[in-house]
Design a protein around this ligand. Structure first.
Ligand SMILES: [Zn+2]
Length: 332
């Protein structure tokens, strides 16, 4: 399959080029208080208990030493001054999943909420660095209307192991581990038959079996974003799931919809929950876009979000609580 060939070629390139990054810096600023999470909906009560991490949670200092040591484009100091804080979630190996909020700087309408994540695949290092770069944009932008919640590194264990891995520390592809209605019937069968048990695409023993995917699901439920932006590499394209007309291009990333997979975030949040999920695939896992390219992607995306997200309440995602989940119990 052409996609598979390209995938392996890009992985080779990613490995070859890993570590070459453009440096981005962020300034310190105390994060705005996140909104109080809504009561957990019934669907979430059925989730498996949080698995105890294999190792104790490391400190913010240590986490930034590890992240900054891994990403030359970010560095320890930038991480420490980025305003990121432990979210309360952690990886299998006890790394905190860091996040911070950016409040809107205009008050024209009820602010829409956008969840921006990077590094759900640990070996896509440029996705983490790019999110750090965009955090710098958010620090300085004067007239942006959104409430952002940003988590640049959702799979810290996969990113920090050498060589970095797409999967988490238990070998699970987090982007196949979400609780889509087709998970039980299709996820393992798809993995066995369509990927020939590709270890990079193992969806896990059950949906939300991993602390990192549970964390992200909890974050979606608590924050109730109006859109999710997930940054990946190295396909060099723009993918989209959800309502509204798909964007045609953000900068040099053009729309190329890859379809949905059992357990993917686009399938779960975009198709099942019905929220816009923008998937940005940067062209290289180990090389950042140029600052001009990165800026164009960012500007085009902001314009699209301003134009396409609803301007008035109620938020699209009332369905997070209203939508019954029929397969939750039996799929574990
Ligand atoms: Zn990816």
């Amino acid at each position: 399959m052409a996609v598979a060939k390209r995938f392996y070629r890009n992985i080779w390139l990613a490995r070859l080029l890993a570590g070459l990054f453009v440096v981005g810096a962020a300034q310190a600023q105390s994060p705005p208080k996140p909104p109080k999470p809504p009561p957990r909906p019934a669907v979430a009560a059925a989730k498996p208990a949080v698995t105890k991490p294999a190792t104790p949670l490391v400190s913010m200092q240590k986490a930034c030493e590890l992240i900054g040591g891994r990403l030359q484009s970010v560095g320890v100091e930038t991480c420490l001054k980025s305003g990121l804080r432990p979210s309360g979630g952690q990886s299998v190996n006890g790394l905190p999943i860091l996040w911070r909020d950016f409040a809107p700087t205009t008050r024209k309408n009820t602010p829409r909420r956008i969840l921006l994540i990077g590094g759900i695949h640990g070996d896509e290092l440029s996705s983490v660095s790019t999110v750090f770069q965009w955090m710098k944009e958010l620090e300085t932008k004067q007239d942006q209307p959104f409430h952002w919640r940003v988590a640049p590194c959702v799979n810290p264990d996969g990113m920090l192991i050498r060589p970095p891995t797409r999967v988490n520390a238990r070998g699970v592809d987090l982007n196949r581990n979400f609780m889509t209605p087709d998970w039980k019937s299709d996820a393992l069968a798809y993995w066995e038959n369509r990927t020939r048990k590709d270890p990079r695409r193992y969806p896990g023993p059950s949906p939300l079996s991993e602390p990192e995917s549970r964390w992200l699901d909890d974050a979606i439920r608590a924050f109730r974003p109006d859109a999710i932006v997930s940054v990946h590499a190295p396909y060099g394209l723009l993918d989209y799931d959800g309502p509204a007309q798909a964007p045609e291009n953000f900068g040099y990333l053009h729309l190329h919809q890859l379809g949905t997979y059992p357990g993917s975030l686009g399938n779960y949040a975009g198709v099942y929950l019905g929220m816009p999920v923008i998937t940005l695939e940067l062209p290289h896992a180990g090389i950042m876009p140029s600052s001009a390219q990165s800026q164009r992607i960012w500007n085009d995306m902001l314009q699209w979000l301003e134009k396409n997200l609803p301007k008035t309440e109620p938020a699209l995602y009332q369905r997070l609580e209203d939508h019954p989940w029929n397969g939750g119990n039996e799929s574990r």
